[in-house]
Design a protein. Sequence first.
Length: 117
Amino acid sequence: MKTVRVILSPEAEEVYKYLNEHAEHSKRERTFFNVVNKKIDLIKANVHYGDSIAKKRIPSEYRIKYGVDNLFRVELPNYWRMLYTLTEGENQIEIVAFVLDIFDHKEYNKKFGYKNK
């Protein structure tokens, strides 16, 4: 059985650190922080936990910056989203789930070119 390691991109790590730092004093941030951790655990248990994004819908930013050729979306509270991709680890017995972004629905729509109604 392959092990699963989860790594955060600099962008996702920034959001994660913000949530962690503010979780003690803000119920909203604490909730998001706990949910993100639970979703990461679910991804470790099942790497295909998230909703698969069609290859043609993967933003070119991710393709260029990280060489992404697969993308999964995990829904969070208040219409926030977490995006991740799967890659092979440094050896044959590891899968890396690379969390690319954690953002609100407005940023998600902007990233994917969806129009607000």
